[in-house]
Write a protein that binds this ligand. Structure first.
Ligand SMILES: Nc1ncnc2c1ncn2[C@@H]1O[C@H](COP(=O)(O)OP(=O)(O)OP(=O)(O)O)[C@@H](O)[C@H]1O
Ligand SMILES: [Mg+2]
Length: 419
C-alpha cells in the first residue's frame, strides 16, 4: 500500500497496527485494532523462515526474510480485512544489549517542585552512564568484528521520590529522587536490516523493541512486580532472558540455543531429514510416541536441554550482579513446550551456584498472560504466541499520555547527548 493511500485514510490510520516478530524459525504477524487502552487481534499468520536466513538473532538473508514476512503479512491482513500502516518490530539476538541504569541524588531544594529541566538533567546523567556501559559491553564483543551500536529504545522504568514510586515526578516535592532507565542498544547493521524489511513491506515502523524486555513488561503480574521474575523465551535458535527485580526490568541476555538444536540432534541420531526430525520432536512433546521411542528421544534430548540450561545459568550469573535472584521463573517460546525442558528446570542441578530468594517455581506463559491484548481469531494458543502479543502490548504503551510526556523529556535528553 502506498503512503499516499494511507494518508487519505488518516482518521483510521491510528486505529490499527501490525506486529512483526522476525523469529529464527517463524515470521509471525499480528494485525490488531485498538479498543481504548487495549487491543484486539484480528488477523494472525506464521510463516516458516527459510533456513539460515537468521543468524544469532539477526537477519542475514534479507530477500528471503522479506518474502516470508510478506506472505505472513498478506495472510494476516486478509484475515483481518484491514491493511494497517503502523508497525512495531521486536529485536533479539546476542548483540542486542538491554540493561537498566539508575541515578539517585539528594535534591538541593527539597521543598521546590521537580521541573522538566531538572528531570532532563538527571536523564542526561543516566544516559551518559548507559552509553559508557554499552560501549564497554560491545567492547567485549570485539571478536565479532567492528560493531557500531545504536540506541533503539529508551524507557523510564522507575521514578521514586523519597522512596515512593511515582509515574511522573514533575510537580512533586521531595528530598531524594531516583530514576531508572532501560536502554537497548543494537548493532547498526541489525537495525538497518529490520528497517529495510519494514520499508520494503511499506510499513511505518513506529518502534523497535527488545523482545525479552517486551515479554517481561507485558506478562508480569502482581507476583512478578512485587517479588521479581525471570522471563525465559526459548525460541528456534535463541533463548532470551529478562530479569525483573524491584519493580523494574533490570537487564536482558540472549544466547544462541533453542529448539533447532534439539531437532538437529534427533535428525543426526535417527538419520532423518530436518523436517522429519521436527515432526518427531513435536510428536514426542504431544506424548504420542511408543514408550520405547519416547525413552530414547528423552534420553537424547536431556543432554541438549542441560546444555541450554548451562546457557541460562551463565546469563543469570551476569544478570544477578551478585545479588539474590527472584524465584518466579516464567518460560515461553516454542522450545518451552518440550517436556524435558520443564522437568530439568525444576531440578536443582542447573542452578547450582546461583542464589534465589527461595526455591524457584516454573510457570509456562500462554497468550492469556499477556495483558491488554485479546485475541478474536482463537488461533493464538501457544507459548510461541507470547512474544508477538507482548510486542503488541509494548506498542500500546508507547502512546499513553503519561509516558508521552516522560518520553518527550527523554527524547530531549537523548538528543542532547547524541547517542
Ligand atoms: N510442542 C512443541 N514441543 C517442542 N518444541 C516445539 C513445540 N512447538 C514448537 N517447538 C519448537 O519451538 C521452536 C520455535 O519456537 P518459536 O516460534 O518461539 O521460535 P522463533 O520465535 O521463530 O525463534 P527465535 O525466538 O529463536 O528467533 C522450534 O524449534 C520448534 O521445534
Ligand atoms: Mg521468538
Amino acid at each position: 500500500m502506498s503512503p499516499l493511500f494511507r494518508q487519505k485514510h488518516k482518521p483510521d490510520y491510528y486505529q490499527h497496527f501490525t506486529v512483526l516478530d522476525i523469529g529464527s524459525e517463524f515470521v509471525k504477524v499480528l494485525i490488531l485494532t485498538r479498543q481504548g487502552s487495549d487491543a484486539m487481534v484480528l488477523g494472525v499468520a506464521k510463516e516458516p523462515q527459510a533456513p539460515a536466513s537468521i543468524e544469532n538473532g539477526a537477519i542475514i538473508e534479507l530477500d528471503r526474510v522479506i518474502e516470508a514476512a510478506n506472505r505472513a503479512l498478506e495472510t494476516a491482513e486478509d484475515m483481518a480485512g484491514v491493511i494497517p500502516g503502523l508497525a512495531t518490530v521486536g529485536l533479539a539476538g546476542e548483540l542486542v544489549k538491554g540493561f537498566s541504569s539508575s541515578v539517585a541524588y539528594p535534591r538541593e531544594r527539597p521543598d521546590s517542585r521537580v521541573k522538566e529541566s531538572e528531570l532532563r538533567n538527571m536523564l542526561q546523567l543516566v544516559q551518559r552512564r548507559a552509553l559508557h556501559e554499552a560501549e564497554h559491553l560491545l567492547e567485549l564483543e570485539r571478536a565479532y568484528g567492528n560493531l557500531e551500536a545504536r540506541l533503539i529504545q529508551s524507557n523510564i522504568t522507575r521514578v521514586r521520590i523519597d522512596g515512593y514510586p511515582v509515574a511522573n515526578p514533575i510537580g512533586y516535592e521531595g528530598r531524594h529522587m531516583d530514576l531508572t532507565v532501560f536502554n537497548t542498544f543494537a548493532p547498526v547493521m541489525q537495525v538497518g536490516a529490520v528497517e529495510t524489511v519494514a520499508k520494503d513491506l511499506d510499513l511505518d515502523l513506529v518502534s523497535m523493541v527488545s523482545q525479552p524486555y517486551a515479554v517481561a513488561r507485558a506478562c508480569a503480574g502482581d507476583d512478578a512486580w512485587e517479588e521479581g521474575g525471570i522471563f525465559i523465551d526459548m525460541g528456534g535458535a535463541t533463548t532470551n532472558v529478562a530479569l525483573l527485580r524491584e519493580g523494574a526490568v533490570e537487564g536482558t541476555r540472549m544466547f544462541n540455543l533453542g529448539g533447532q538444536a534439539l531437532t538437529r540432534r534427533i535428525a543426526g541420531e535417527f538419520g532423518l531429514s530436518v523436517q522429519d526430525a521436527e515432526a518427531r520432536k513435536l510428536r514426542h512433546s504431544e506424548g504420542v510416541l511408543s514408550p520405547a521411542e519416547r525413552q530414547r528421544i528423552s534420553r537424547l534430548l536431556t543432554g541438549d536441554v542441560e546444555v541450554m540450561l548451562q546457557g541460562l545459568h551463565l546469563s543469570l550469573v551476569e544478570l544477578a550482579r551478585d545479588e539474590l535472584l527472584p524465584a518466579n521463573l516464567y518460560i515461553s517460546g516454542g522450545a518451552s513446550l518440550l517436556p524435558e525442558m520443564g522437568r530439568e528446570l525444576l531440578k536443582p542441578a542447573w542452578r547450582e551456584g546461583l542464589s534465589f530468594i527461595r526455591e524457584p517455581d516454573v510457570r509456562r506463559l500462554g497468550p492469556a498472560d499477556v495483558r491488554n491484548v485479546t485475541d478474536a481469531t482463537g488461533l493464538l494458543q501457544s507459548p510461541q504466541d507470547v512474544t508477538p502479543l507482548s510486542l503488541a502490548n509494548h506498542f500500546l504503551h508507547q502512546g499513553s499520555e503519561q509516558d508521552e510526556l516522560m518520553n518527550s523529556v527523554m527524547e530531549g535528553a537523548v538528543k542532547g547527548l547524541r547517542l
